[in-house]
Design a protein around this ligand. Structure first.
Ligand SMILES: [Zn+2]
Ligand SMILES: [Zn+2]
Length: 135
């Protein structure tokens, strides 16, 4: 008996495997991928943007973003394939956040880390060295 999990797409309980979606959703995803890929392969659609693809294929935006994030749709091949940063909405091609937000989030994390450290451990006493300068 495999471990049970909820499908990330529809919530159905299924036997967990390498995928995060159930087999019905997996099939749907594969079909969707074929549709998107067939669309993008046409020369005139090479530079389609995310919303143009959504309009043309009538597929969910999230589904297409998933294909970009998992690198099934390569942004090197299709230069206009971008999706919004989860924090500020700017167009990005990889990850969840743009470079600016990644920087800020990292700073936030460091700040959080250092305040946590301050609370748990005492700063070492500063040591001053006196140098004899009468030579
Ligand atoms: Zn499902
Ligand atoms: Zn951002």
């Amino acid at each position: 008996m495999g471990e049970l999990a909820n499908c990330a797409q529809c919530g159905t309980v299924f036997v967990k495997n390498i995928r995060d979606v159930c087999s019905a959703c997996y099939r749907k995803e594969e079909e969707a991928f074929t549709v998107v890929y067939q669309f993008l392969r046409k020369r005139e659609n090479r530079e389609a943007t995310l919303s143009e693809i959504v309009n043309a294929t009538v597929l969910g935006k999230e589904m297409i973003i998933k294909f970009i994030k998992t690198k099934r749709l390569r942004t090197s091949e299709f230069p206009k394939l971008t999706y919004p940063c989860e924090r500020c909405g700017v167009d990005i091609v990889r990850g969840r956040f743009c470079a600016d937000c990644t920087d800020e989030l990292k700073k936030d994390l460091e700040r959080y880390d250092s305040t946590k450290k301050d609370a748990t451990e005492r700063k070492p006493e500063r040591v001053y060295y006196a140098f004899d300068r009468n030579d």
